[in-house]
Design a protein around this ligand. Structure first.
Ligand SMILES: [Zn+2]
Ligand SMILES: [Zn+2]
Length: 383
């Protein structure tokens, strides 16, 4: 049997046993995670009784019914293996795996993709049609979201089966500290896609980050924008610790005192080429879009579950703005992200606000902290 960190109910997690994963196809690999980050999105079912609230919200037409396509008809119902951000060691490979060897240290992208279907070839690996067939009716195939997203399990475990291993797994560059890229499987990559493509080759643009909701993504985005050479990076939040982290990453911080639904417009005094909405609020989305200058690009990184989110489309028309929404397609961008972090020495680990021993996962995973990372020693594997 293998242990898996299991979500039971809000605030309640346990180690539970499940059968040892086996190689099921020649293209499979087995890996042993030894660094795991807690995705910003995992905070939702950990800290709130969202399951019943979401069911009621869908019934009352307050929440977009499409949520059921992602989380299943009963969102976040325990029990399920939680966690979908990890760095792992390859422990076993199928006979058709060519590019990986036992002992390789790899990033395991949060969504499971084949690398060959039409969607994967277009770079939208989070919408892989091959793997989604295994979770019928679901919008996603992913680790750590429960059976509605397939049979993959959570990554805070002793052994994990990864299909299409050559296409899925990306080796961590030699010399790059796995703790630095603990969130590469999801949140760090999400931040990368929010700033790097929009800033482009010249990277001389200005960037606004409205933080506080998808908490680590906002901080990674601010730090990456600075490291990419953006001329101005402004970070807005109401939390002193996160503001200090953004400051340490080189962003200009603007503190707001606000309740969740109020506008942060008063803290925005200019226009931006790039906006990252990481407050996970509708108002934040409107503020971010209205802050864009001509041709600006806003990426929405949070959950906007309301049925009928209002957007300032006339404002967007006037500025020729682009809004990018959607889960992040990690796999195609991982090599360039890891290469950038390795080359630039980007200190992503500054975003980690709590670092815990692996064994503390059941008590620690629900901690009220911006970015939780678990770690243990890698195995001494013959290479
Ligand atoms: Zn996530
Ligand atoms: Zn695919």
């Amino acid at each position: 049997m293998t242990r898996e960190l299991t979500y039971v109910a809000p605030g309640r997690l346990e180690w539970r046993d499940r059968p040892d994963p086996q190689l099921q196809a020649g293209t499979d690999a087995l890996v042993r995670p030894f660094v795991a980050g807690r995705c910003d999105g995992d905070v939702l079912p950990l800290h709130h009784s969202v399951s019943r609230a979401m069911q009621a919200g869908v019934k009352l037409h307050l929440i977009d019914p499409v949520i059921s396509d992602i989380t299943g008809a009963v969102p976040f119902r325990g029990t399920f293996g939680i966690g979908h951000e990890c760095i792992a060691q390859v422990t076993s490979v199928g006979e058709d795996v060519q590019d990986l060897r036992v002992g390789d240290v790899v990033v395991v992208p949060w969504s499971v993709s084949c690398g060959e279907c039409r969607e994967c070839r277009r770079g939208i690996t989070a919408k892989c049609s091959t793997t989604r067939e295994l979770s019928p009716g679901s919008a996603l195939a992913a680790f750590g979201f429960g059976p509605s997203c397939g049979p993959w399990g959570g990554v805070v475990t002793d052994s994990l089966r990864v299909p299409y291993a050559d296409r899925m797994l990306v080796k961590v560059p030699h010399g790059l500290d796995p703790l630095r890229v603990a969130a590469a499987a999801d949140n760090l990559s999400d931040a990368w896609r929010s700033v790097a493509p929009a800033l482009g080759e010249s990277a001389d643009g200005s960037v606004l980050v409205i933080g506080g909701g998808s908490r680590s993504i906002g901080l990674y985005a601010a730090g990456l924008a600075v490291a990419l050479g953006a001329t101005q990076v402004d970070y807005i939040d109401d939390d002193a610790d996160r503001l200090a982290t953004a400051d340490a990453l080189g962003a200009t911080v603007r503190e707001v005192s606000r309740r969740r639904w109020t506008s942060v417009r008063s803290a925005i005094t200019r226009t931006y080429d790039v906006a990252v909405e990481a407050s996970s609020t509708e108002q934040g989305l409107r503020d971010a879009l209205r802050a864009l200058g001509p041709g600006g690009v806003c990426t929405a990184t949070g959950y906007y579950v309301g049925a009928g989110t209002k957007l300032p489309v006339m404002d967007m028309y006037a500025t020729s703005a682009t809004l990018k929404a959607g889960v992040s397609n990690v796999r195609p961008r991982l090599p360039e992200l890891l290469d950038f972090v390795a080359r630039s020495d980007f200190p992503a680990e500054k975003v980690t606000s709590t670092l815990l021993p692996w064994e503390d996962a059941p008590d620690g995973y629900a901690a009220h902290t911006t970015k939780l990372v678990l770690h243990r020693e890698p195995l001494d594997l013959p290479r």
